[in-house]
Design a binder for this molecule. Structure first.
Ligand code: NAD
Length: 479
């Protein structure tokens, strides 16, 4: 089936007639095509958005909120259809698409539909100067949203929903590897009554379509989630145009386990934080550090549990680990196993591609645990973004803190301990935008989300996202 661009509430083909293949990771087959949109398509999308802006930016908050919540309801009503499409396009287990991806996409619209009605601006009485200051929060105009393949609709809508709520019109591009659910979203937006041109979705490669959005002189801001190298490239292109940028980039997150933790809870959650979505979540705790006195027991129990995880076709109920997103990505992840071996690390389990009967060309891989002897080795420093974690012991809090922080990334960290003083010390010292204590990926959409160092610039979530998608203008009136 051919995916089309969604411009001015219509599905349209790319002007150039340039198409890409869409692969199904579960069996390696091409099951459709998508546009590789050019500058001209992006220009059409921009024009539609520009035309829609005066009306949409003046739509009452009540009305905007009502439409966004309606989109959320329609997504919920189409849960099965969207989850099946997401699982097929991405390779993730259907159970995950049903329980996490699509519900969260619906929540994004509901949350920002509500949040915009609570978003207040400031006023300051300048006492003794007979003046009052107040700050307007005006939408930016036409904004660009670019998202990755790992949580396709979840992250696509995480950007679009606040952008629309704040009164902007949008030109958005999902990953070319997982375009399906973004394509399906257009029809839901029409049904919900989103006026034409307010949301425009263009498909294509990063270097053609994505770059055309970034380089468009009148697209005022770019909200980007993806790799650190791409983020740096976008920042370089956008800087001379003084575009507002929100960059949510890669991670290499530590999972730090102290002996005094709740062991069973930790073990269960660590399995999830290591291998959910085939380890393809920017927040996965891919570097596991365990207090020395617990290390032997943890290593045995963890490896035993990992070996029990079922790798299988994403549509099967029993599947814990589905297919990796693409052949190229599978090869990249496998190349890190070779690097690990060369650097004298020990593969405790996994490490190989899996051929599944009936789906021989699918991109499956065993969940892999590698014991490392040096925290500075490549597999402990570089983002692998697959079902691969490293484990190593530590002796002291100071030592583990140093190792946890000694990477270029700073997205999230997880800490397992029941010692309050240690919790306070460590949470303050960890270099990360998000720290979880005795849990993982527990999300409250009101909280700021984002990273430090090479994990990005800016925060999304809650009012932070609405602040990003608006420009403050202070007005001072002397009376
Ligand atoms: P990617 O950087 O290759 O692509 C992300 C998006 O950017 C895609 O839509 C792609 O087409 C587009 N793109 C690529 N080159 C571009 C260019 N030159 N100009 C404009 N757009 C361009 O990333 P990916 O492989 O899709 O996703 C995996 C990465 O995303 C990992 O590094 C992961 O950690 C990161 N990620 C981060 C977060 C977060 O919240 N921090 C969340 C999910 C994923």
């Amino acid at each position: 089936m051919n995916i089309k661009n969604f411009i001015n509430d219509k599905y349209v083909e790319p002007i150039s007639g340039d198409w890409l293949d869409n692969y199904c990771p579960a069996n390696g087959e091409i099951y459709g095509k998508l546009p590789n949109s050019s500058k001209d398509d992006v220009e059409e999308a921009y024009k539609a958005a520009k035309e829609a802006f005066p009306l949409w930016s003046q739509t009452t908050l009540d009305e905007r909120s009502r439409i966004l919540i309606r989109i959320s309801e329609l997504l919920e009503a189409s849960l099965d259809r969207f989850a099946e499409a997401e699982s097929k396009d991405n390779g993730k287990p259907i159970s995950l698409a049903k329980s996490v991806d699509i519900p969260r996409a619906a929540s994004n619209f509901r949350f920002f539909g509500n949040a915009i009605t609570q978003f207040a601006s400031e006023s300051h009485e300048s006492v003794g100067q007979q003046a009052v200051n107040y700050t307007l929060r005006q939408p930016l105009g036409v904004v660009g949203c670019i998202s990755p393949w790992n949580l396709p609709l979840y992250l696509f809508t995480w950007k679009i929903a606040p952008a629309l709520a704040a009164g902007n019109c949008v030109v958005a591009k999902p990953s070319e590897i997982t375009p399906m659910t973004a394509y399906m979203l257009g029809e839901i937006c029409n049904e919900a009554g989103l006026p034409k041109g307010v949301l425009n979705i263009v498909h294509g490669l990063g270097k053609t379509t994505g770059q055309a959005i970034v380089e468009h002189p009148d697209i005022k801001a770019i909200s980007f989630t993806g790799g650190t190298t791409t983020g740096a490239h976008i920042a370089k292109k956008a800087a001379p145009m003084f575009k507002k940028l929100s960059l949510e980039l890669g991670g290499k997150n530590p999972n730090i386990i102290f002996k005094d933790c709740d062991y069973d809870e930790m073990l269960h959650t660590t399995l999830r934080s290591s291998f959910s979505n085939q380890g393809q979540i920017c927040l996965c705790g891919s570097r596991i550090f365990v207090e020395e006195s617990l290390y032997k027991k943890f290593k045995k129990d963890f490896v035993e549990k990992v070996k029990q995880l079922k790798v299988g076709h994403p549509s099967e109920k029993a599947t814990d680990i589905g297919a990796l997103v693409s052949k190229q990505h599978l090869e990249k992840v496998l190349s890190y196993i070779e690097i690990a071996k060369k650097e004298d690390n020990t593969i405790l389990c996994g490490g190989n591609q899996i051929i599944i009967e009936g789906y021989e060309n699918g991109y499956y891989m065993q969940p892999t645990v590698i014991e490392v002897i040096n925290d500075e080795c490549s597999i402990n420093q570089e983002e692998i973004f697959g079902p691969v974690v490293t484990i190593m012991p530590f002796k002291t809090e100071e030592e583990v803190l140093q190792m946890a922080n000694k990477v270029k990334y700073g997205l999230s960290a997880t800490l397992w301990t029941n010692d309050l003083r240690r919790t306070m010390r460590m949470t303050q010292a960890l270099q990360a935008g998000i720290v979880w204590v005795n849990t993982w990926m527990l999300r409250d959409l009101r909280t700021p989300f984002g990273g430090v160092k090479a994990s990005g610039i800016g925060r999304e979530g809650g009012f932070e996202a609405l602040r990003f998608f608006t420009e403050p203008k202070n007005i001072c009136i002397k009376y």
